[in-house]
Design a protein around this ligand. Structure first.
Ligand SMILES: [Zn+2]
Length: 246
Protein backbone atom coordinates (compact mmCIF):
# COMPACT_ATOMS: atom_id res chain seq x y z
CA UNK A 1 0.00 0.00 0.00
CA UNK A 2 1.34 3.44 -0.92
CA UNK A 3 1.88 5.78 1.99
CA UNK A 4 -0.35 8.75 2.60
CA UNK A 5 1.44 12.03 3.23
CA UNK A 6 0.00 14.45 5.76
CA UNK A 7 1.42 17.97 5.91
CA UNK A 8 0.34 20.11 8.82
CA UNK A 9 0.34 23.34 6.84
CA UNK A 10 -1.37 25.41 9.51
CA UNK A 11 -1.72 24.53 13.18
CA UNK A 12 -2.47 27.80 14.96
CA UNK A 13 -5.56 29.21 16.59
CA UNK A 14 -7.65 32.12 15.28
CA UNK A 15 -5.21 34.63 16.75
CA UNK A 16 -2.09 33.26 15.05
CA UNK A 17 -0.63 32.45 18.48
CA UNK A 18 3.08 31.78 18.28
CA UNK A 19 3.08 33.14 14.72
CA UNK A 20 1.43 30.00 13.41
CA UNK A 21 -0.74 29.75 10.31
CA UNK A 22 -4.49 29.09 10.46
CA UNK A 23 -5.77 25.53 10.32
CA UNK A 24 -5.01 23.61 7.15
CA UNK A 25 -3.94 19.99 6.69
CA UNK A 26 -2.78 18.79 3.29
CA UNK A 27 -3.36 15.08 2.69
CA UNK A 28 -1.97 13.35 -0.36
CA UNK A 29 -2.80 9.76 -1.31
CA UNK A 30 -2.07 7.87 -4.51
CA UNK A 31 -5.43 8.96 -5.97
CA UNK A 32 -6.52 12.10 -4.19
CA UNK A 33 -5.19 15.35 -2.77
CA UNK A 34 -7.27 16.78 -0.02
CA UNK A 35 -7.27 19.86 2.18
CA UNK A 36 -8.85 19.48 5.58
CA UNK A 37 -9.90 23.00 6.56
CA UNK A 38 -8.60 26.02 4.72
CA UNK A 39 -7.95 28.94 7.08
CA UNK A 40 -7.17 32.44 5.88
CA UNK A 41 -3.45 31.68 5.50
CA UNK A 42 -3.82 28.34 3.68
CA UNK A 43 -2.35 29.43 0.35
CA UNK A 44 0.59 31.14 2.09
CA UNK A 45 1.40 28.05 4.12
CA UNK A 46 1.12 25.63 1.21
CA UNK A 47 3.50 27.72 -0.90
CA UNK A 48 5.83 28.17 2.09
CA UNK A 49 6.02 24.40 2.60
CA UNK A 50 6.55 23.75 -1.13
CA UNK A 51 3.20 22.18 -1.89
CA UNK A 52 1.72 22.71 -5.34
CA UNK A 53 -1.86 23.95 -4.75
CA UNK A 54 -2.87 23.02 -8.30
CA UNK A 55 -3.23 19.37 -7.33
CA UNK A 56 -5.94 19.88 -4.73
CA UNK A 57 -9.02 17.81 -5.59
CA UNK A 58 -11.16 18.34 -2.52
CA UNK A 59 -11.43 20.86 0.31
CA UNK A 60 -13.30 19.56 3.35
CA UNK A 61 -14.32 21.99 6.02
CA UNK A 62 -15.23 21.33 9.63
CA UNK A 63 -17.17 24.53 10.37
CA UNK A 64 -17.74 28.09 9.18
CA UNK A 65 -15.13 30.10 11.08
CA UNK A 66 -12.67 32.31 9.20
CA UNK A 67 -9.58 30.55 10.52
CA UNK A 68 -10.96 27.37 8.92
CA UNK A 69 -12.54 28.60 5.66
CA UNK A 70 -11.28 32.07 4.75
CA UNK A 71 -8.45 30.69 2.61
CA UNK A 72 -10.80 29.13 0.08
CA UNK A 73 -11.18 32.23 -2.18
CA UNK A 74 -7.37 32.49 -2.39
CA UNK A 75 -7.10 28.84 -3.44
CA UNK A 76 -9.85 29.45 -6.00
CA UNK A 77 -8.17 32.50 -7.51
CA UNK A 78 -4.85 30.64 -7.58
CA UNK A 79 -6.39 27.70 -9.43
CA UNK A 80 -8.12 30.01 -11.87
CA UNK A 81 -5.19 32.30 -12.71
CA UNK A 82 -2.07 30.28 -12.02
CA UNK A 83 -2.99 26.84 -13.39
CA UNK A 84 -4.46 25.25 -16.49
CA UNK A 85 -7.00 23.40 -14.45
CA UNK A 86 -9.64 21.32 -16.20
CA UNK A 87 -10.97 19.21 -13.32
CA UNK A 88 -13.50 20.63 -10.86
CA UNK A 89 -12.64 21.62 -7.32
CA UNK A 90 -14.84 19.85 -4.80
CA UNK A 91 -15.72 21.79 -1.65
CA UNK A 92 -17.41 19.77 1.01
CA UNK A 93 -18.92 21.20 4.17
CA UNK A 94 -21.95 21.42 6.43
CA UNK A 95 -25.43 22.58 5.45
CA UNK A 96 -25.26 25.88 3.53
CA UNK A 97 -21.69 25.38 2.30
CA UNK A 98 -22.39 26.52 -1.25
CA UNK A 99 -24.09 29.78 -0.27
CA UNK A 100 -21.48 30.53 2.40
CA UNK A 101 -18.41 29.96 0.21
CA UNK A 102 -19.91 31.68 -2.83
CA UNK A 103 -20.71 34.83 -0.86
CA UNK A 104 -17.29 34.81 0.82
CA UNK A 105 -15.55 34.37 -2.53
CA UNK A 106 -17.58 37.06 -4.25
CA UNK A 107 -16.72 39.58 -1.52
CA UNK A 108 -12.97 38.96 -1.81
CA UNK A 109 -12.80 38.42 -5.57
CA UNK A 110 -16.02 39.66 -7.23
CA UNK A 111 -17.20 37.29 -9.93
CA UNK A 112 -14.90 34.43 -9.02
CA UNK A 113 -17.71 32.19 -7.84
CA UNK A 114 -19.10 32.32 -11.38
CA UNK A 115 -15.77 32.07 -13.16
CA UNK A 116 -14.40 29.33 -15.40
CA UNK A 117 -13.12 27.39 -12.40
CA UNK A 118 -15.65 24.64 -11.90
CA UNK A 119 -16.53 24.18 -8.24
CA UNK A 120 -18.72 21.32 -7.09
CA UNK A 121 -20.25 21.73 -3.65
CA UNK A 122 -21.12 18.75 -1.50
CA UNK A 123 -23.09 19.13 1.68
CA UNK A 124 -22.62 16.60 4.45
CA UNK A 125 -24.95 15.61 7.27
CA UNK A 126 -23.95 14.40 10.72
CA UNK A 127 -23.65 10.62 11.06
CA UNK A 128 -24.22 10.02 7.35
CA UNK A 129 -21.33 8.64 5.35
CA UNK A 130 -20.71 10.47 2.11
CA UNK A 131 -18.66 9.04 -0.77
CA UNK A 132 -16.60 11.68 -2.54
CA UNK A 133 -14.44 10.30 -5.33
CA UNK A 134 -12.54 7.51 -3.55
CA UNK A 135 -12.97 8.99 -0.09
CA UNK A 136 -15.54 8.14 2.54
CA UNK A 137 -16.44 10.95 4.91
CA UNK A 138 -18.45 10.58 8.10
CA UNK A 139 -19.10 13.82 10.00
CA UNK A 140 -20.12 14.07 13.66
CA UNK A 141 -21.73 17.01 15.37
CA UNK A 142 -19.48 18.64 17.98
CA UNK A 143 -19.77 21.50 20.47
CA UNK A 144 -18.60 24.89 19.26
CA UNK A 145 -20.30 28.11 18.19
CA UNK A 146 -23.60 26.65 16.95
CA UNK A 147 -24.05 28.98 13.95
CA UNK A 148 -20.77 27.76 12.46
CA UNK A 149 -22.26 24.23 12.15
CA UNK A 150 -19.32 22.53 13.86
CA UNK A 151 -18.37 18.95 12.99
CA UNK A 152 -15.64 16.41 13.55
CA UNK A 153 -14.65 14.62 10.36
CA UNK A 154 -13.75 10.96 9.92
CA UNK A 155 -12.13 10.42 6.56
CA UNK A 156 -11.35 7.03 5.03
CA UNK A 157 -8.76 7.44 2.34
CA UNK A 158 -6.87 4.70 0.56
CA UNK A 159 -7.32 2.18 3.38
CA UNK A 160 -6.39 4.57 6.17
CA UNK A 161 -8.57 6.59 8.54
CA UNK A 162 -7.82 10.20 9.42
CA UNK A 163 -10.11 11.81 11.98
CA UNK A 164 -10.20 15.45 12.95
CA UNK A 165 -12.08 16.99 15.84
CA UNK A 166 -12.69 20.37 14.24
CA UNK A 167 -13.10 23.07 16.89
CA UNK A 168 -14.91 21.70 19.91
CA UNK A 169 -14.92 21.37 23.65
CA UNK A 170 -14.69 17.77 24.80
CA UNK A 171 -17.66 15.64 23.79
CA UNK A 172 -17.88 11.84 23.88
CA UNK A 173 -18.74 12.03 20.18
CA UNK A 174 -14.98 12.38 19.68
CA UNK A 175 -14.61 8.75 20.81
CA UNK A 176 -16.75 7.70 17.88
CA UNK A 177 -14.96 10.01 15.47
CA UNK A 178 -11.53 8.79 16.59
CA UNK A 179 -12.46 5.12 16.80
CA UNK A 180 -10.01 2.99 14.82
CA UNK A 181 -8.34 6.04 13.28
CA UNK A 182 -4.74 5.75 12.10
CA UNK A 183 -4.45 9.44 12.93
CA UNK A 184 -6.68 11.55 15.13
CA UNK A 185 -5.99 15.27 14.91
CA UNK A 186 -7.51 16.83 17.97
CA UNK A 187 -7.87 20.48 18.84
CA UNK A 188 -6.31 21.37 22.18
CA UNK A 189 -6.63 25.13 22.31
CA UNK A 190 -5.76 25.52 25.98
CA UNK A 191 -3.66 23.95 28.70
CA UNK A 192 -5.93 24.29 31.73
CA UNK A 193 -8.27 27.16 30.88
CA UNK A 194 -11.90 26.14 30.50
CA UNK A 195 -13.30 28.02 27.52
CA UNK A 196 -16.69 27.17 26.08
CA UNK A 197 -16.45 25.52 22.67
CA UNK A 198 -12.77 24.54 22.95
CA UNK A 199 -10.76 21.65 24.32
CA UNK A 200 -7.93 21.72 26.83
CA UNK A 201 -5.03 19.47 27.78
CA UNK A 202 -6.36 18.66 31.26
CA UNK A 203 -9.60 17.22 29.98
CA UNK A 204 -7.89 15.53 27.03
CA UNK A 205 -5.54 13.70 29.41
CA UNK A 206 -8.54 12.42 31.36
CA UNK A 207 -10.33 11.28 28.23
CA UNK A 208 -7.33 9.88 26.35
CA UNK A 209 -7.72 6.29 27.62
CA UNK A 210 -11.18 6.14 26.02
CA UNK A 211 -9.85 7.13 22.59
CA UNK A 212 -9.29 4.10 20.37
CA UNK A 213 -7.06 5.75 17.79
CA UNK A 214 -3.58 4.61 16.81
CA UNK A 215 -2.01 8.05 16.97
CA UNK A 216 -3.20 11.40 18.25
CA UNK A 217 -1.68 14.74 17.32
CA UNK A 218 -2.97 17.94 18.89
CA UNK A 219 -3.44 21.23 17.07
CA UNK A 220 -4.98 24.74 17.35
CA UNK A 221 -2.99 25.63 20.49
CA UNK A 222 -2.72 29.03 22.13
CA UNK A 223 0.69 30.32 23.19
CA UNK A 224 0.65 28.74 26.65
CA UNK A 225 -0.31 25.32 25.29
CA UNK A 226 2.46 25.58 22.68
CA UNK A 227 4.96 26.32 25.45
CA UNK A 228 3.67 23.45 27.57
CA UNK A 229 4.10 21.02 24.66
CA UNK A 230 7.86 21.44 25.03
CA UNK A 231 7.77 20.01 28.55
CA UNK A 232 4.91 17.52 28.30
CA UNK A 233 6.34 14.18 27.18
CA UNK A 234 2.99 12.43 26.73
CA UNK A 235 1.50 14.43 23.91
CA UNK A 236 2.41 14.83 20.24
CA UNK A 237 1.80 18.29 18.87
CA UNK A 238 1.32 19.46 15.33
CA UNK A 239 3.61 22.21 14.13
CA UNK A 240 3.49 24.22 10.93
CA UNK A 241 5.42 22.25 8.32
CA UNK A 242 5.33 18.92 10.16
CA UNK A 243 5.01 15.98 7.78
CA UNK A 244 4.00 12.45 8.67
CA UNK A 245 3.31 9.35 6.59
CA UNK A 246 0.54 6.85 7.27
ZN1 LIG B 1 -13.95 27.77 15.30
Amino acid sequence: MDKIKVLFAGTGDAFASGGRYHTCFHVESKDTTLLIDCGATALNSLIKFCVDPSNIDIIMISHFHGDHIAGIPFIMIYLQIMTERSKPLIICGPEGVEEKIKSLSNILYPGIADSKLEVVYKEYKANETLNIEKIKLTPYKVIHSEETKPHALKIEIDGRIISYSGDTEWTDTLNEAADNADLFICECNFYDEKIKGHNDYEILQKKKPSLKCKRMIITHMDEKMQEMCAVLPDIEQAEDGKVIYL
